[in-house]
Design a protein around this ligand. Structure first.
Ligand SMILES: [Zn+2]
Length: 348
């Protein structure tokens, strides 16, 4: 078992741009029955460390599982010579700067045990095997889920992620992945919200343990924003965070924000990722007063430490501030829309 899962499946969103070219049309030759057939693919990775066909693999990883149209063999093919030239041409064009990111990239895909991804079916078989060998390892299930998602087996992906969260409730990534799917294509708002709530609750401990890179905080907040926009139910975020020291006493801030009133979700994304945040919880209980310490903090109108505690309940808005507030609100609406668009690109 590798301790350092250095390079796992490359993230197509990071290295490719699927918007600039039509899908790749590639010719394949079935290794089982020699039938030649063609298909369309979202993307292809070419392994630069691999000479063609020295062990039955041509060094190409495609975006989906391929079934021979004649004999039904699954993922048992080679990329035809003409299509290999096409892939190399795209790579060269990119290398000399004639084209920007496209659908083809050099990339070595390693599974988390260090084995090289060749065909999706074989990679998935290995991921399933790893789960069998490590039945209590949440990461094994999460990685299987990620692989299944990558190659379009969403049912199995969700099943694997569920198992990962069941084994380790603090697996923020798996929770975020399920929530993202169920709140989107999976179209199950209550169940998706359940996982979102759980992942958000697990975030501070994961951040403290440095297990989570900063990306999961923003990802969860994007999902939260989508949820807030789809429901009229009262929804507030309750947060606990360190407020510095007063003498030898550790001050702790506890405050909440009404999410339907919150304007700046980007600041919230930064906030939930802070190392001094100790607890996060979603609740239907709205704050009794406005603005709360947390609301002031998120609107950029707050001093530090003890002054935050003292400021609670202090009058905040006068007429001028209120007008500025409305202006800001309009601008924020646009930003929210932008943020929502950004969230449609998966960040995995
Ligand atoms: Zn065949």
């Amino acid at each position: 078992m590798a301790n350092e899962p250095a390079r796992t499946l490359p993230n197509p969103e990071d290295v490719l741009d699927l918007s600039t070219e039509p899908p790749l049309k590639l010719d394949l030759v079935c290794a089982h029955c020699e039938e030649k057939f063609s298909g369309e693919f979202e993307w292809a990775f070419v392994n630069p460390e691999r000479g063609y066909e020295n062990d039955g693999w041509d060094g190409v990883v495609l975006s989906r599982i391929v079934t021979c149209q004649k004999c039904g063999a699954v993922d048992d093919y080679r990329v035809a010579a003409g299509s290999r030239f096409l892939l190399m041409g795209r790579l060269l064009g990119r290398a000399v700067g004639n084209s920007s990111k496209g659908r083809v990239a050099f990339g070595v895909s390693l599974l988390w045990d260090g084995s090289v991804v060749q065909r999706p079916t074989r990679a998935l078989a290995r991921l399933r095997q790893l789960v069998g060998e490590n039945p209590n390892n949440a990461e094994a299930f999460r990685r299987l889920g990620n692989g299944c998602e990558r190659w379009g087996l969403m049912g199995e992906a969700v099943q694997a992620w569920r198992k990962a969260v069941a084994l380790n409730a603090a697996d923020v990534e798996a929770g975020c992945s399920i929530a993202s799917y169920l709140l989107g294509k999976g179209n199950d708002l209550p169940e998706g919200f359940k996982y979102l709530r759980q992942a958000l609750g697990a975030l501070p401990a994961a951040t403290a343990a440095k297990k989570e890179l900063r990306q999961w905080g923003p990802a969860l907040v994007r999902l939260l924003l989508e949820t807030v926009e789809r429901t009229d139910e009262p929804l507030a975020l309750m947060a606990t965070w360190s407020g510095g020291r007063l003498g030898d006493q550790q001050l702790v801030n506890v405050s909440s924000v009404d999410l339907h009133e919150l304007e700046d979700f980007e600041t919230l994304a930064d906030f939930v990722s802070r190392p001094d945040v100790l607890g996060l919880a979603l609740t239907s209980e709205l704050p009794k007063e406005s603005p709360t310490i947390l609301e002031r903090l998120l609107s950029g109108d707050s001093g530090g430490g003890a002054s935050q505690l003292l400021a609670q309940g202090a009058p905040f808005r006068d007429t001028v501030a209120s007008r500025a507030h409305r202006h800001k609100r309009r601008a924020e609406k646009k930003r929210k829309q932008k943020l929502r668009k950004a969230s449609q690109r998966r960040n995995r």
